[in-house]
Write a protein that binds this ligand. Structure first.
Ligand code: UT7
Length: 332
C-alpha cells in the first residue's frame, strides 16, 4: 500500500446571478471603468442581493452541484470545512448550516478563518484528515458574501470584492495523486492594514461602531499589495525548490484573485508565463476564500490527470502559502 494522499475528485462553484459592473459602480461613487480595469483587472463581480440568503446558501449550492456531479451520497460525507470570514452568524458556524441545507447527516464540520488564504489552509487541513486514513470523503468549501461587509461609498475597497463559493471533494488516493506538499504561513502584522475593526470581542457592536462604519472591511491597499507580491512569490519559489518543480513541469499556477497586477508580478517573479496562470478576476473580482475553488471550477475542463498545480494565496492576518497538488482526473 502506498502513502495516502488526498485527491481532489471534484470541484464545483456557485456565483449569484446579479452582476455588478464597473459602469454601475460609476453611478455609486467617484470611480471609473478605466481606473478599475487598469489598477485591478476587474470588470464585474457577482452580488448576492437576496437579503434572506447568505454565505451558507452559496456554499450549499456549490456543494449540491459537487455531490451531484461526483455521484456522491450526502450521507457518505465525513467532514465539511467551510473557509469564510463572512459566516452567516458569529456562531453557529457556517459548515453546520451547509450540511443541514444539503442533507449531509453523518458528518461534522467547522469553519476556518484565514481571510483570502482560507481555502488554501482548509485544503491542507482537509487533506490531513484524509491522509490519517480515518476520513474518506471530506468537503472543503470556500465561501464569502463580501458584499455584507462592504461600504459602497468607499471606492478603495468596494470595487474589488464580490460574492461567491466554491467547493472540492477530497478522497484517499494511493497512486501519488492529490495534495502533495504545502507551505503555510501567518503573522499578526497584517491586522494594521486589513481587518474588520469591530464586531469581535475586542470591539463588540455599539451604536458608535456602526456610526463609524467599523463593521465594514478596512484596507490600506498599498502595503497589502507589496506584502502579497513578496509573500506569494517567495513561498511559491520555496515550494518549487523543495519539490523539484519548475515552469516546464508545472501545468498551472492557481493564484488568489486579488488584483491582476499582483498575479502578474507573482508569475513574473516565479518565472511562469501568464498562459499557465489561472485568471478569472475580470468576472468575479476578489471573492476572498472562494477565489481558488472558483478558478479550479472555471478551468476544470482544461485540467488533466497528473497535472502539477501550484495553488497560492495571500490575505488578511497576514496569511499566505502555497500548495502542490497533482490533479486527479481529466476535465474534458
Ligand atoms: O485579497 C486580500 C488582499 N488584498 C489585496 O491584495 C489588495 C491589495 N491592494 C490593491 O490591490 C491596491 O492597492 C488597490 C486596488 C486597493 C488600490 O490600487 P493602488 O494602485 O494601490 O491605488 P492607490 O490606493 O495608491 O490610489 C491611487 C490613486 C489615489 O489618488 P491620488 O491620491 O493619487 O490622487 C486614489 O485616491 O487612485 C485613487 N483611487 C481611485 N480612483 C478611482 C483609489 N481608488 C480609486 C477608484 N477609482 N476606485
Amino acid at each position: 500500500m502506498g502513502k495516502i494522499h488526498a485527491a481532489i475528485t471534484g470541484v464545483h462553484g456557485y456565483v449569484p446571478d446579479y452582476v455588478l459592473t464597473n459602469a454601475e459602480l460609476e453611478t455609486m461613487m467617484d470611480t471609473n471603468d478605466q481606473w478599475i480595469t487598469e489598477r485591478t483587472g476587474i470588470k464585474e463581480r457577482r452580488i448576492l442581493k437576496e437579503t434572506d440568503k447568505a454565505t451558507s446558501f452559496m456554499g450549499a449550492e456549490a456543494v449540491k452541484g459537487l455531490l451531484e456531479k461526483t455521484n456522491t451520497n450526502p450521507d457518505d460525507i465525513d467532514l465539511t470545512i467551510c473557509c469564510t470570514v463572512t459566516g452567516d452568524f458569529a456562531f453557529p458556524d457556517t459548515a453546520q448550516l451547509i450540511n443541514s441545507q444539503v442533507g449531509i447527516n453523518n458528518a461534522f464540520g467547522f469553519d476556518l478563518v484565514a481571510a483570502c488564504s482560507g481555502f488554501l489552509f482548509g485544503l491542507t487541513t482537509g487533506a490531513t484528515y484524509v491522509e490519517s486514513g480515518r476520513y474518506k470523503k471530506v468537503l472543503v468549501v470556500g465561501a464569502d458574501k463580501m458584499s455584507s461587509i462592504m461600504d459602497y461609498t468607499d471606492r478603495s475597497t468596494s470595487i474589488i470584492f464580490g460574492d461567491g463559493a466554491g467547493a472540492v471533494l477530497l478522497e484517499p488516493n494511493e497512486e501519488g495523486i492529490g495534495v502533495k506538499d504545502s507551505l503555510l504561513r501567518g503573522d499578526g502584522v497584517g491586522k494594521d492594514f486589513l481587518r474588520q475593526k469591530a464586531g469581535g470581542s475586542l470591539h463588540p457592536a455599539t451604536i458608535e461602531t456602526v456610526t463609524n462604519k467599523e463593521h465594514f472591511i478596512f484596507q490600506n491597499g498599498k502595503p497589502v499589495f507589496k506584502a502579497a507580491v513578496k509573500g506569494m512569490s517567495g513561498i511559491v519559489r520555496e515550494l518549487m525548490t523543495r519539490n523539484d518543480l519548475n515552469a516546464e513541469n508545472v501545468a498551472w499556477v492557481v493564484p488568489h484573485q486579488a488584483n491582476i497586477r499582483i498575479i502578474e508580478s507573482v508569475a513574473r517573479m516565479a518565472d511562469f508565463p501568464m498562459e499557465k496562470v489561472m485568471v478569472n478576476i475580470q468576472k468575479f473580482g476578489n471573492t476572498t476564500a472562494a477565489t481558488l475553488p472558483l478558478c479550479l471550477w472555471d478551468y476544470e475542463s482544461k485540467l488533466k490527470k497528473g497535472d502539477n498545480l501550484i495553488l497560492t494565496a495571500f490575505g488578511g492576518g497576514f496569511t499566505w502559502g502555497a500548495t502542490h497538488v497533482v490533479w486527479a482526473y481529466d476535465g474534458a
